[in-house]
Design a protein around this ligand. Sequence first.
Ligand code: PLP
Length: 405
Amino acid sequence: MDAREVKNDFPIFDAHPDLVFLDSAASSQKPRSVLLAMTRFYETSYANVHRGSYPLSDAATDAYEKAREKAAAFIGAARPEEVIFVRNTTEALNLVAHSVAEAFLNEGDLIVVSEMEHHANLVPWQRAAAWRGARIEAIPITDEGRLDLEAAKSLIEQGPRVLAITQMSNVLGTVNPVRTLAEWAKAKGALVVVDGAQGAPHIPTKVADLGADFYAFSGHKMLGPTGAGVLWGRHELLAELPPFLTGGGMIQRVRIDRSTYDAPPARFEAGTPPFAEAVGLAAAIDYLERLGMEAVWAHDRMLVEYALESLAQVPDLKIFGPRGEDRGGVVSFVFPGLHAHDLATFLGQAGVAVRSGHHCAQPLHRRLGVSSTARASFYIYNTREDVDRLVEALLKAREFFKDWL
Ligand code: PLP
């Protein structure tokens, strides 16, 4: 994979030729093929889906259902009906937490999460726990930034109803041993929910290999448009779950005082779904598959190793997260004494776009002993020169802010 060639496919870099974009963990840039697929759809095939009985609506419905098939194949789902289109990972996880709480959670049940969860895989479980009288425990992390597997084992030994865990941390870059955790959890009868927001765009992933029951990801972090995400669920489970959102498109029979619901996936897609966005997501998957997910992951791994080595040369910089094969393309760092927002603003002025803040992971930052970090994250259009530019800008920032350090 040649990142320079890849970069040519992304019009944002024509508009900003000097931009070093290191914020793909927040949202990725879009290749021309995705933008064109959506424009073409709007210009030639646009009509609401699953509602019209005229050819244009049939064509739109067909494109939407083909996008579902593509998303299903991308993650190795057993059947397309296991894919529910939602707006993003957050909506997917809210759907699971709400519907699982209604169908399966009882008073006193245990929900196991981890200390490195994004708020999207934590707050919905807090609401579910409060609603059903369940309790939440978190797997702690080690000082290197990995899950403490001993602690995980003993929490799972308690027989949780749900294990909700991220595939890859959006702050530490840690790739968790989801399969092992899922095996332990399933042996105890737990439902396993995996947050794939940082996994699906970067790591070759097949849901059967993960051992999960539910898997959530966002299209906008993997070259697709905003507004289209995926919840995958095992079909037998989806068939048992009540809906989350209700209204048009998800019912069988409606009376004034009661309704019956359609089968999945329609049951979970109330209202007009993000079908033009799903078409864009399908084009994004095509793009990633042309590169090959193994190559995407290898590129991330190469860049993160290079970044960790290069950043270690910056005096005073504190870098978070583990070293090793289980480390994806995310690096968070601070200059102790300097607020991460000030650092990120300085880097931004130098043409290097990074994110700063708590990255929607406040419990993790509390554990790391900082209120915020700056974060560089890599994707297919990033090069080693981008890392060099980051290092150069960090050295300048250190000089500029030297009285603060
Ligand atoms: N989970 C993780 C690990 C994330 O990194 C993010 C986004 O940053 C989310 C969930 C939420 O994704 P979205 O904002 O697309 O719903």
